[in-house]
Design a protein. Structure first.
Length: 223
């Protein structure tokens, strides 16, 4: 079997498929605690965010001198503190919205708040990967979100006028990923293309089954 992993092969594939760049991620919706916290005019000020990860736990089952690795439950890494950074505008709109969200969770004035589990789809953040032409490639949804912390902003009257930033951590329950533009993508799986292939196979299988039935009927006539 030939191994196509030469320098020329790498360059050829790289020129065809390109690479994902560190600025090709956008937050396309940001709804936390039932409030549409951030609109499109605010989302442009997003500076940093990250695609979340997840890990399947592994349990070992020793048997006759061998350690067998058995998959267990899933852990959504960092789901207790997903971090973002926004540029802080002079109207402080973003900071104000995030503060209101935290008060909605726990109001120190009344010692009560919305501390029950969040509705998964009503409180969500959507992330979209884009290509060089700003076409969406894949989207991720963080479900059941609520703000857990807002970072301090330091001021210095002898500073050099640096732009201030808003850092925040958000907790969520789990995330789903979906390819865009393919059937079945909305269910958070790679099932779009596979579903089309499966559907075509099913149609072919149905045709074969019908032909087989007809042949059986013909065979019955000549018995």
């Amino acid at each position: 079997m030939a191994i196509n992993q030469t320098i020329q092969d790498f360059y050829s594939q790289a020129s065809k498929r390109n690479f994902s760049r560190d600025f090709q991620l956008r937050i396309t919706s940001f709804q936390v605690n039932g409030i549409n916290l951030v609109d499109e005019n605010d989302l442009v000020f997003l500076k940093t965010a990250s695609l979340p990860g997840k890990t399947i736990s592994v349990h070992q089952a020793p048997y006759m001198g061998l350690q067998f690795n058995i998959p267990g439950s899933v852990v959504y890494d960092g789901s207790q503190a997903w971090a973002t950074t926004f540029y802080c505008t002079q109207d402080f709109n973003l900071r104000n919205l995030l503060e209101r969200s935290m008060i909605d969770t726990f109001d120190q004035g009344s010692s009560i708040g919305f501390m029950r589990p969040r509705d998964l789809n009503a409180y969500r953040i959507d992330l979209t990967l884009i290509d060089d032409q700003f076409n969406p490639i894949r989207t991720y949804g963080l479900l059941g979100c609520f703000v857990t912390s807002i970072g301090a902003i330091n001021y210095n009257v002898t500073g050099n006028g640096a732009i201030q930033e808003i850092t925040t951590n958000i907790a969520y329950q789990y995330w789903t990923g979906a390819e865009l533009g393919v059937r079945g993508g909305n269910n958070g799986s790679f099932g779009g293309v596979l579903g089309q292939i499966g559907g075509a196979a099913s149609q072919i299988g149905g045709a074969v089954s019908r032909v087989s039935s007809i042949l059986k009927q013909i065979g019955g006539i000549f018995k």
